[in-house]
Each structure stands twice: as C-alpha cells, then as structure tokens.
Design a protein around this ligand. Sequence first.
Ligand code: ADP
Ligand code: MG
Length: 913
Amino acid sequence: MPEDDLRFETPMFRQYCEVKAKLAPGTLLLFRLGDFYEMFDDDAKISSNLLGLTLTTRNGRPMAGIPFHALNSYMRRLLKAGRRVALCDQMEDARPGKLVKRELTRVYSPGTVISDEHLQAAHNQYLLALTAEGCPTLKSGATNVPSLRDLSSAPSAQGARGEAPDITPPPEGGVGGGRKEMLSASWMDLSTGEWSAASSTDRDGFLNFLTLLQPAELIVPEENFPAGIKERLIENLPDLAVSELPNSFFEPVGAKRILCEALNVGTLKGFGLSDDKTGDHPSVGAAAALYCYAKQALCGAPANLKELKLYTFEDRLMIDPNTARQLELFKDLSGGKDGSLLKAMDSTVTSAGARLLERVMLSPSRDVKTLQMRYATVGALKEDAEGLKDLRESLSCLRDLERILSRLQNRMRSPRELAATRDTLRALPDLKQALEKISGENGRPLAPSASEGENDTGLRPATPSAEGEQNKSVLSWITTEISLHETLRQKLGAALEEEPGNDLTTGGYIRPGYDAELDRLKSLSANHKIWIAELERLEQERTGIKSLKVKYNQNFGFFIEVTKANLARVPADYIRKSTTVSGERYLTEALQERQKEILSAESNAIRREMELFETLVAEIVAESDALRRTASALAWCDLMSAFAYNAVKWNYCQPQVSSDQNLEIIGGRHPVVEQALARIENAAEKFVPNDTRMSAQNEQILLITGPNMAGKSTYIRQVALIVLMAQIGSWVPATSAKIGLVDRIFSRIGSSDALARGESTFMVEMTETAYILRSATEQSLIILDEIGRGTSTYDGLSIAWACVEFLHSHPSAGPRTLFATHYHELTRLEKTCPRLRNYTVSVKEWGGKIIFARTVVPGAADRSYGIHVAQLAGLPAVVIDRATKLLEGLEAQAKAPKSKGEKVAAGQGELFG
Ligand code: ADP
Ligand code: MG
C-alpha cells in the first residue's frame, strides 16, 4: 500500500486494500458499497475512460462507480476491452456502525465467463494456455499452487495496439521453419466444461489450429517464452486478451499434482497424459496453468471440469486461418456470417449442436471409418422423413444443458435454470422414441464405428476400448448415451412452478403441494393477510372511521392510516407513528405483534424455498456426469439431424471416401452460392453443376482459364468445400462424389482483394504461396486463384508459371491443385507437364455479347473476353469501341516479327513457350 494511503485509514478502506492486495496487478476491483460498485485510484481512472463514467474524488482519491443493477452491461464492455475485473461483494446486510463483511466473489476475464449474457450461444468461448519446451523453470520440489498475486500482468487486447504482423516467411526447411521446438497448449471452455491439451513440433500447423479455435483469452509464461508466437496469434485475433503469468504457473512437477486433484484421479495415465516409458505429457504444464487460472476466476475450484482430452493431429484434415478466410468457412469476406460455409451448413436447432458444428469444422477427419459411420447415420436419419421431423421438433425444445450444468456446478444458480433443465428433461422421452423409431424401422446395418480416431471428436463410447462398443453405429451410440433421468425429471416437475422468476431470494418458485412445511409457512402468512383485512373491518367499526385503512410499506411494515378529518375519533390505544400530508399513521399492540409473526413467517417461507432449491440443485449436480453425457449425445444427435436435413433439402449425395489420392465429383455445386441463388426469387440463373476429376498421380493440376465472371473462382472453391464437407461427415452437394481423403487444404487468392487489410498485398500473396509450396504433400488439396495478379503482367505470369512447375516437379505425384487464372498463356504448360489438364469455363458469343454457360469443359480459353465483360458492366459504347480497336492493334503487333526494342518481352515469350 502506498504511504499516502494512510491518510484514508478507515476500516472500510483497510478492507478495500486487503482485497486489492490479493489481486493480480492490473485487475480492476469493483467494490460493493451499498447500491454501487465503486472503483478507486487508477481503476477509477481506467474504467471511467472505458465506460464513460464521471470521475469524482473522495478525500483527494479518484473514484468512480456503477449502480449494482447495471453490472452486466458495464461488465460486458470491460470484458470486450480485454480487462480482468474482480468483484468484491457484501456478504451481509449493512448495519449502522459496523463494518460490513466483504469478500472477493468472482474474477471476470474474457476467457472465463460462464453466464449467458457474456457468451455467444453458437460459439465456444475458449481460454488458451501455451508453453514452449524449456520455458518453464523446473525448480525441483516447487509444487506450490500459484497464488492470485502471481498473475503478474493484466490481460490486454494487445492486437489493438497494432503491433507489426509477423509476415516473415518461415526459413527453408519445411513446416515449422526447421524449428523442432515443442509447443504445448491447453484450452478450455469453462462455460461447457470442455478441456483439451495437445503438443506439437509443427509450430505453424499448431498455431494455425489454435488460431482457428478463436480463443478469447491467452495465458503464457512471462519468461523465456519464444518470441513471435503470441504475436502470431494476436495478428489473427485482434481481440485476444493476453496475460503473461509467472513461469511457476506452468511448472510441470506441481502441474501433475494439480491435475490429479482437479480430475480426482491418482494418475494421469487414463487420460493419455502420462506414460511409464515417456513420462508426463509435455502439455500438463499448460493444462494445470489453465486450471489454476479458472479456479482463481471462479474464486473456488471449478466443479465442471471432469475430463481432460488429449487432442491429436493424426487423421485430421488441417486448415490454416488464411485458407479458412479465403474459403469463407466461418465468416464471409465482409466479416459477417451470412456468406460462410458454417452458416450454409448450420441447420442445427440447439446451441450445443451449433457449437459442435463449428468444432467439427475446425477438425475435419481423415479417418475413413469415422466418416463412413457419420454418413450412414445421416443416411438413416434422412430416409425417415417423418421421424427426422419429429426428432428435430423434440430437439428444438432442448435448452443449453451443457452451459446450465456448468453454472449450477459453479455456484451460479437461478430458479429459471432449474426450469430450463426440467424442460430439457421433459423433451427427452419423445426424442428418444423418435430416435428409436428411426434406428429400429430402418434396420439396415450401419457402418462399424471407427476405433480410436473419433474419440476426441466426441463420438466416444462409454469405455473407449470396450469390445462391445466396436460395432455400434453413431445412432445407437446416441440412443444409449441419452438417459431419460426419470427421477430427476419427475422431481423437478413436481417441485418447480411452470415459469419461475430469476431471483432466488424472493421465493415463489416452488409449487404448492410439493413440500408440507413450505405450504404450512405460506398458509401462515396467508392467514395473517386475512387477519389484517379483518382487522381493518373491525377497526372501522370500532372507531366509526369509514376511511380507516390498514396499509403496508417497506419502511414501517403494517400501520393504520387515519385522515386528518377523522383524527378526533382515534382511540386512546393507538400509538402514533408518523404524520403525513393527509393524516396520521398509527400502530396498535396487536398489530405490532402480528407484524413480527407475519415477517418471520414470510422469511421462514423464503428460507424454506431456498433450502428446497439447494436440494434440487444438489440432485442435478449429483447426476451431472450422466447429464453431461446426455447433453453431448444430444449435440451429436442435433448435428447429424442437421446434416440429414441439409441432405434432403439441398439434394446432397453420400460421398464415398478412401485413402487414395483421387477425386471424382460428378455434378458438384458450391454449397453457399447454390443457396444464395435459390434464395433469389425468379433468379435468371440456377446453379450449374460441374464435374471434377483429379488424382495425385494422373490429373494432378487442373488449370482453369476463362473470362472474368465466368465462374472460375466459384468452381475451384466448390471442390475444396465439397472435400471439407465430406471430411466432417456431411453429405455433399453433388450427384456423386468419390473423395481420396485430404490431409490439408490450402487456398491462396490473388492479392487484389486483400487490399482492405492494408498490407503489402503482393508480399503477403507471395509469403502465403511460399508456405503452401513448402507445406503441401501428395495428400493435399490446393486452390490457387489468380496467383501473380498482384504485380505486373510479366512478373505475375512468370511467378504463376514457376509455381505450377514446382507443384508438378515431383516425378510421379503431387498435391491435387486447382489453378484458376486469366493468364491464358499458362495453358501452354500442358505440353511440358503431363499431369496438368487445361479446362475452361465455357462462354458463348452471341451477337458480339458473351453468355456465360457456367460449364467447365476441357480445353483452354483463347482470350480473356475482358472487353465483353466491361460491356456487360455498362462501360460507355465509345470506350468499348475504342478498347476493341486498341486490342486489335496490340494483337496484330504481337503476331508481327519482333523488333529490337521488344527483346525483353520476346525473351519472356520464349520462357513461356
Ligand atoms: P470468375 O472467378 O471466373 O471471375 P466467379 O467464380 O467469381 O467468376 O463467378 C462470378 C459469378 O458467377 C458468381 O458470383 C456466381 O454468382 C456466378 N456463378 C459462378 N459459377 C456459377 C455456376 N456454376 N452456376 C451459376 N452461377 C455461377
Ligand atoms: Mg475469380
């Protein structure tokens, strides 16, 4: 405490300083004083700035406050600004002359919020911890749990500071830039209880994956943490709040003990995080740091973290943030959701289902069995239209059980959440019946389950290796995992009012007839009310004052009110209490007596209600493991039903997947553009399907030429999207699709559209292209759209040319590549690259105009039709005429024998020829 604080040495201020001293520097402290949360000193200055509050001073000390009932909206803004905020509440009612007991009740931060008002229903809110090999200080025997004080720095939205993005291409030597340093991460969504850990030496791939998780908050060790990692995450996630914590937080020796305690186990072996031969998994330090951070945020041990999943990257399709952005997987290019694949695929009807969809899109599979199992499930659901409709109707009645449970388990409870749990349980019998009907009536054998590949995607048998589980389909897995929770449902049904309020302390949420004691207490206070009414009548009679009233208010309780005109008739036994403008207020001894009884009956009734409430919560919490399994199965049920719904609605086909490197899509469509066109009523165009045939060994590179606006970009993207959809287990927009599973999808789009990001676009384009060329394997799929457009024609053409040659350079196979370009010169590459095929999006000329047929056919575009497109766009006729003349002139010149002055160009011509 600074010395000058002594000037304000009051007991209350001492209390404030004690609480403040427990907090990590940089944490804002909201200190409850009556009806306000007050902030002092720097906290007051910072928050008055952020929230636009009036800054006052008390005894020369800056101070700012917010009304307690407006906490949520202010908190949202503080969290959005990336701040960590501690709440110190009054633990008892204020009494004059006595210091109120106050305690720290919660530390809010962007990655640890669990109440709905701070969360997005369809999106997981992740807190991420990162460590690098060699960075934790391995003090032997140092097993202390770090204290809150150890949180040495405030989180801050560092991206907002605009640090220069690290666009340095990785040095030669493949992915990870040759660095074989191990990175470890752990991430959790405290609001759902999901918790994972992973390690990798592929730094780029790992960071790409973590970026796509879109964590809200990151914690890293403050010392010896390699440069560039944090920055890379911030570059892509401008709102990320970052805290640097003392290395002791990440310390592996203590970590193991912390995790064992947290998970209530003696060893981490069961979670795959410890091994007799290799010792502890490198990610335990990060996982323990997360746990401690969450514990401090909740001011108590998180009770909803029951499982720590080891995430592995084998058998996955990896995507990087650039590819995700360019293929508009999660967001469209404008930053909204509307034009994204996620939106086009999201027919889920529950929040948990929507979150699961996003998660599976983040980690598509490469495991044939897992995928076949999902396709079969979608197929079974799709075939029973009636059943699917019933099922989705039941699903839509569900509430967000995962998140409700997490709050109930962590001491955030309200009668309304209990009612939501009840409503969810009520929907289960119908839902299960619909499910059983579908799997029963549809009795065809479903594909076997994959072995361990699908475990951490959630399709987890009760015991991962149990023999009997091996041959169960997803649908029967879902059906078995969903318990009906009969007893609990009945209990909640009997106990709770249909639509209880949100406030625990006002009572009125327990049904009459549920508890005899509560009913007795309530009838007591009801009787009292009758007595009061009776009293009014009797006193009117006794005094002859017709206007005499027995009233109640918060300050006085019950009293008798007599108007001025009647004061003379007031009997002697009335005790005068106070005077108002219109009359006087009185008490009688009997009324005072009764008053006490009434108040105690009411508060006894409320206390009883709260007791009953706590018992109900305890019963839900006691069943939370089973409820969680139900919730997880329900999310899968929703996702599979959504896939089935899409398959019916958009006429998707079941893909055939294999581990070869071929690709054959017949009648493929772009899922997003198709839907967009369908939404336009009387659209001039319907989506025109196209075929695609590729293989790493034969037709490796498809070079697509054609005029602007013909549909090249749409075509190459649709191939990538179809592959991605297939690899998350969805059916796909095509008549048939054979897909040799892909290990990575890369996409690079020519620079012009990156201008908005304000970077040296050509540099970025080349950096990303370099990354693709270095990282792609024979299993990969590459989408290149107008590469080289960001520089002058000859430069650009040369670069594009060289890239194609490089991708084709392996003698027998290479990454399947779709290359759309307006450089029709590139089509000459077909002569030297045997695995390259020329395709063009056909157009017809009709009376000097062009008509887009949208059909992709073998062959090359002979010219770019730029002038036709300009004409379509409405350029004035004079300009079009002049351009046509100029073009004729240039083309004639190009065909004429070359003069000396054109040597450079001629040289380039040879290069391409
Ligand atoms: P390019 O890359 O050749 O300039 P785009 O792929 O951007 O062309 O397509 C231009 C427009 O044509 C798109 O906005 C889309 O609406 C429409 N389009 C593309 N492909 C098709 C198709 N197969 N069927 C119908 N419309 C299409
Ligand atoms: Mg294009």
